[in-house]
Design a binder for this molecule. Structure first.
Ligand SMILES: Nc1ncnc2c1ncn2[C@@H]1O[C@H](COP(=O)(O)OP(=O)(O)OP(=O)(O)O)[C@@H](O)[C@H]1O
Ligand SMILES: [Mg+2]
Length: 233
Protein backbone atom coordinates (compact mmCIF):
# COMPACT_ATOMS: atom_id res chain seq x y z
CA UNK A 1 0.00 0.00 0.00
CA UNK A 2 2.74 2.40 1.03
CA UNK A 3 6.42 1.92 0.38
CA UNK A 4 9.24 4.18 1.46
CA UNK A 5 12.29 3.23 -0.55
CA UNK A 6 15.72 4.50 0.49
CA UNK A 7 14.87 8.10 1.35
CA UNK A 8 17.37 10.73 2.47
CA UNK A 9 15.95 13.99 3.76
CA UNK A 10 17.89 17.14 4.65
CA UNK A 11 17.15 20.42 6.42
CA UNK A 12 19.85 22.55 4.81
CA UNK A 13 23.06 20.78 5.81
CA UNK A 14 21.40 18.65 8.45
CA UNK A 15 20.99 15.08 7.24
CA UNK A 16 17.80 14.19 9.13
CA UNK A 17 16.78 10.91 7.43
CA UNK A 18 19.39 8.41 6.32
CA UNK A 19 18.70 5.58 3.85
CA UNK A 20 15.30 4.79 5.33
CA UNK A 21 13.17 2.07 3.74
CA UNK A 22 10.02 0.41 5.05
CA UNK A 23 6.57 -0.56 3.95
CA UNK A 24 3.02 -0.65 5.21
CA UNK A 25 0.80 -3.34 3.74
CA UNK A 26 -2.89 -2.84 3.11
CA UNK A 27 -4.89 -3.24 6.33
CA UNK A 28 -1.88 -3.03 8.64
CA UNK A 29 -1.04 -0.78 11.55
CA UNK A 30 2.69 -0.19 11.42
CA UNK A 31 4.40 1.92 14.04
CA UNK A 32 7.60 3.90 13.87
CA UNK A 33 9.04 4.42 17.32
CA UNK A 34 11.96 6.57 18.34
CA UNK A 35 13.14 9.23 20.77
CA UNK A 36 12.81 13.01 20.39
CA UNK A 37 14.54 14.17 17.25
CA UNK A 38 14.92 10.69 15.74
CA UNK A 39 13.18 11.84 12.57
CA UNK A 40 9.67 10.43 12.93
CA UNK A 41 7.79 13.59 11.96
CA UNK A 42 10.25 14.25 9.13
CA UNK A 43 9.41 10.87 7.60
CA UNK A 44 5.65 11.53 7.79
CA UNK A 45 6.10 14.99 6.24
CA UNK A 46 8.12 13.45 3.42
CA UNK A 47 5.42 10.86 2.72
CA UNK A 48 2.68 13.50 2.64
CA UNK A 49 4.71 15.73 0.31
CA UNK A 50 5.54 18.57 2.73
CA UNK A 51 9.24 17.70 2.49
CA UNK A 52 11.11 16.09 -0.40
CA UNK A 53 13.58 13.22 -0.43
CA UNK A 54 16.91 13.60 -2.24
CA UNK A 55 17.06 9.92 -3.15
CA UNK A 56 14.84 6.90 -3.59
CA UNK A 57 11.08 7.04 -3.78
CA UNK A 58 7.78 7.05 -1.95
CA UNK A 59 5.22 4.72 -3.50
CA UNK A 60 1.48 4.77 -2.79
CA UNK A 61 -0.55 1.93 -4.30
CA UNK A 62 2.21 1.25 -6.82
CA UNK A 63 2.55 4.86 -7.91
CA UNK A 64 5.42 7.24 -7.11
CA UNK A 65 4.24 10.23 -5.06
CA UNK A 66 7.63 11.70 -4.24
CA UNK A 67 7.08 14.68 -6.54
CA UNK A 68 3.30 14.97 -6.21
CA UNK A 69 1.78 18.08 -4.56
CA UNK A 70 0.48 17.51 -1.00
CA UNK A 71 -3.18 18.19 -1.85
CA UNK A 72 -3.00 15.69 -4.71
CA UNK A 73 -1.57 13.10 -2.35
CA UNK A 74 -4.59 13.69 -0.08
CA UNK A 75 -6.85 13.20 -3.09
CA UNK A 76 -5.13 9.86 -3.73
CA UNK A 77 -6.33 8.65 -0.33
CA UNK A 78 -3.51 9.45 2.08
CA UNK A 79 -4.15 11.82 5.00
CA UNK A 80 -1.69 13.14 7.59
CA UNK A 81 -2.72 14.03 11.14
CA UNK A 82 0.19 16.25 12.22
CA UNK A 83 1.89 16.38 15.58
CA UNK A 84 0.19 18.81 17.96
CA UNK A 85 -3.15 18.39 16.06
CA UNK A 86 -3.07 21.80 14.28
CA UNK A 87 -6.81 22.26 14.09
CA UNK A 88 -8.16 25.68 13.14
CA UNK A 89 -8.78 27.11 16.60
CA UNK A 90 -11.00 30.01 15.52
CA UNK A 91 -13.26 27.79 13.44
CA UNK A 92 -16.08 25.56 14.63
CA UNK A 93 -15.83 21.78 14.74
CA UNK A 94 -18.05 21.56 11.68
CA UNK A 95 -15.98 24.10 9.74
CA UNK A 96 -12.79 22.22 10.59
CA UNK A 97 -14.33 19.02 9.28
CA UNK A 98 -15.46 20.75 6.08
CA UNK A 99 -11.86 21.87 5.51
CA UNK A 100 -10.80 18.23 5.63
CA UNK A 101 -13.03 17.46 2.65
CA UNK A 102 -11.51 20.08 0.36
CA UNK A 103 -10.37 17.47 -2.15
CA UNK A 104 -13.80 15.82 -2.20
CA UNK A 105 -16.92 16.61 -4.23
CA UNK A 106 -19.38 18.79 -2.28
CA UNK A 107 -21.91 15.97 -2.25
CA UNK A 108 -19.69 13.81 -0.06
CA UNK A 109 -19.26 16.38 2.73
CA UNK A 110 -22.51 15.62 4.58
CA UNK A 111 -22.24 11.80 4.46
CA UNK A 112 -18.55 11.89 5.43
CA UNK A 113 -19.37 14.17 8.35
CA UNK A 114 -22.11 11.80 9.53
CA UNK A 115 -19.56 9.00 9.46
CA UNK A 116 -17.02 11.03 11.43
CA UNK A 117 -19.75 11.82 13.99
CA UNK A 118 -20.41 8.10 14.36
CA UNK A 119 -16.74 7.56 15.18
CA UNK A 120 -16.55 10.60 17.45
CA UNK A 121 -19.96 11.30 19.04
CA UNK A 122 -18.32 13.98 21.18
CA UNK A 123 -17.58 16.01 18.09
CA UNK A 124 -21.22 15.84 17.11
CA UNK A 125 -22.31 17.26 20.46
CA UNK A 126 -19.80 20.06 20.03
CA UNK A 127 -20.18 20.68 16.33
CA UNK A 128 -20.89 24.39 16.65
CA UNK A 129 -18.23 24.96 19.30
CA UNK A 130 -14.96 26.74 18.37
CA UNK A 131 -12.12 24.23 18.08
CA UNK A 132 -9.97 26.41 20.37
CA UNK A 133 -12.33 25.68 23.26
CA UNK A 134 -12.08 21.88 22.90
CA UNK A 135 -9.96 19.84 25.29
CA UNK A 136 -6.69 18.35 24.02
CA UNK A 137 -8.28 14.96 23.51
CA UNK A 138 -11.23 16.44 21.66
CA UNK A 139 -8.84 18.38 19.42
CA UNK A 140 -7.04 15.11 18.66
CA UNK A 141 -10.39 13.56 17.72
CA UNK A 142 -11.13 16.57 15.53
CA UNK A 143 -7.74 16.31 13.81
CA UNK A 144 -8.38 12.62 13.09
CA UNK A 145 -11.94 13.33 11.98
CA UNK A 146 -10.74 16.08 9.67
CA UNK A 147 -8.29 13.65 8.04
CA UNK A 148 -11.07 11.08 7.65
CA UNK A 149 -13.24 13.66 5.85
CA UNK A 150 -10.92 13.29 2.86
CA UNK A 151 -12.05 9.70 2.41
CA UNK A 152 -8.54 8.52 3.25
CA UNK A 153 -7.60 4.85 3.01
CA UNK A 154 -4.19 5.44 4.60
CA UNK A 155 -3.73 7.55 7.74
CA UNK A 156 -0.42 8.92 9.00
CA UNK A 157 -0.77 9.67 12.72
CA UNK A 158 1.93 11.73 14.40
CA UNK A 159 1.94 11.16 18.17
CA UNK A 160 -1.81 11.04 18.72
CA UNK A 161 -1.29 10.33 22.44
CA UNK A 162 0.84 13.41 23.13
CA UNK A 163 -0.30 15.36 26.17
CA UNK A 164 -3.43 13.29 26.80
CA UNK A 165 -4.57 11.70 30.05
CA UNK A 166 -4.19 7.91 30.29
CA UNK A 167 -7.95 7.51 29.87
CA UNK A 168 -8.02 9.57 26.68
CA UNK A 169 -4.94 7.81 25.35
CA UNK A 170 -6.80 4.53 25.80
CA UNK A 171 -9.84 5.96 24.04
CA UNK A 172 -7.83 7.27 21.07
CA UNK A 173 -5.99 3.96 20.71
CA UNK A 174 -9.27 2.04 20.80
CA UNK A 175 -10.51 4.20 17.94
CA UNK A 176 -7.27 3.59 16.02
CA UNK A 177 -7.70 -0.17 16.46
CA UNK A 178 -11.35 -0.01 15.42
CA UNK A 179 -10.59 2.10 12.33
CA UNK A 180 -7.99 -0.49 11.35
CA UNK A 181 -10.47 -3.35 11.81
CA UNK A 182 -12.75 -1.60 9.38
CA UNK A 183 -10.00 -1.51 6.78
CA UNK A 184 -7.95 1.63 7.40
CA UNK A 185 -4.21 1.26 6.80
CA UNK A 186 -2.31 3.20 9.47
CA UNK A 187 1.25 4.42 9.93
CA UNK A 188 1.54 5.45 13.56
CA UNK A 189 4.41 7.48 14.94
CA UNK A 190 4.75 7.44 18.72
CA UNK A 191 7.00 8.07 21.66
CA UNK A 192 4.51 6.05 23.69
CA UNK A 193 6.10 2.82 22.49
CA UNK A 194 4.12 0.64 24.86
CA UNK A 195 0.78 1.77 23.46
CA UNK A 196 1.98 1.84 19.87
CA UNK A 197 3.38 -1.70 20.04
CA UNK A 198 0.20 -2.94 21.67
CA UNK A 199 -1.99 -1.87 18.71
CA UNK A 200 0.44 -2.33 15.79
CA UNK A 201 1.17 -5.51 13.89
CA UNK A 202 4.71 -4.50 12.91
CA UNK A 203 7.19 -1.87 14.01
CA UNK A 204 10.38 -0.10 13.03
CA UNK A 205 12.74 1.56 15.49
CA UNK A 206 14.30 4.83 14.36
CA UNK A 207 17.47 6.24 15.90
CA UNK A 208 19.05 9.50 14.69
CA UNK A 209 17.51 9.19 11.25
CA UNK A 210 18.17 5.50 10.66
CA UNK A 211 16.09 2.39 11.09
CA UNK A 212 18.03 0.25 13.52
CA UNK A 213 15.53 -2.52 14.14
CA UNK A 214 12.33 -3.95 12.73
CA UNK A 215 10.01 -6.82 13.47
CA UNK A 216 6.57 -7.83 14.60
CA UNK A 217 5.21 -5.66 17.40
CA UNK A 218 5.24 -8.70 19.69
CA UNK A 219 8.93 -9.36 18.95
CA UNK A 220 9.91 -5.78 19.71
CA UNK A 221 7.82 -5.68 22.89
CA UNK A 222 9.90 -8.61 24.12
CA UNK A 223 13.25 -7.37 22.85
CA UNK A 224 15.62 -6.44 25.70
CA UNK A 225 17.22 -3.40 24.09
CA UNK A 226 13.82 -2.04 23.01
CA UNK A 227 12.50 -2.58 26.52
CA UNK A 228 15.44 -0.73 28.03
CA UNK A 229 15.46 2.17 25.58
CA UNK A 230 11.76 2.71 24.94
CA UNK A 231 9.68 0.89 27.50
CA UNK A 232 11.51 1.89 30.66
CA UNK A 233 12.05 -1.71 31.68
N1 LIG B 1 12.62 22.74 10.13
C1 LIG B 1 13.74 22.17 10.58
N2 LIG B 1 14.95 22.75 10.38
C2 LIG B 1 16.09 22.17 10.80
N3 LIG B 1 16.12 20.99 11.46
C3 LIG B 1 14.97 20.38 11.68
C4 LIG B 1 13.72 20.93 11.27
N4 LIG B 1 12.73 20.09 11.64
C5 LIG B 1 13.33 19.06 12.26
N5 LIG B 1 14.68 19.24 12.29
C6 LIG B 1 15.68 18.32 12.88
O1 LIG B 1 15.53 17.04 12.26
C7 LIG B 1 15.65 16.00 13.23
C8 LIG B 1 14.39 15.14 13.21
O2 LIG B 1 13.27 15.90 13.67
P1 LIG B 1 11.81 15.31 13.74
O3 LIG B 1 10.89 16.42 14.07
O4 LIG B 1 11.53 14.52 12.53
O5 LIG B 1 11.95 14.32 14.98
P2 LIG B 1 10.83 13.47 15.73
O6 LIG B 1 11.33 12.06 15.76
O7 LIG B 1 9.50 13.71 15.16
O8 LIG B 1 10.94 14.06 17.22
P3 LIG B 1 9.77 14.32 18.32
O9 LIG B 1 9.53 13.01 18.98
O10 LIG B 1 10.42 15.29 19.27
O11 LIG B 1 8.58 14.86 17.62
C9 LIG B 1 15.91 16.68 14.56
O12 LIG B 1 17.28 16.67 14.80
C10 LIG B 1 15.41 18.10 14.34
O13 LIG B 1 16.13 19.02 15.11
MG1 LIG C 1 7.81 14.55 15.86
Amino acid sequence: MLKVDNINVYYGNIHAIKDVSFEVNEGEIVTLIGANGAGKSTILKTISGLLRTKTGDVILKGESIKSVAPHKIVAKGLAHVPEGRRVFLAMSVEENLEMGAYTQPASSVAPNMQEVFQWFPRLKERRRQMAGTLSGGEQQMLAMGRAMMSGAKVLLLDEPSMGLSPLLVKEIFEIITELNKRGMTILLVEQNAQMALSVAQRAYVLETGRIIMQGSAAELLNNDSVRKAYLGA
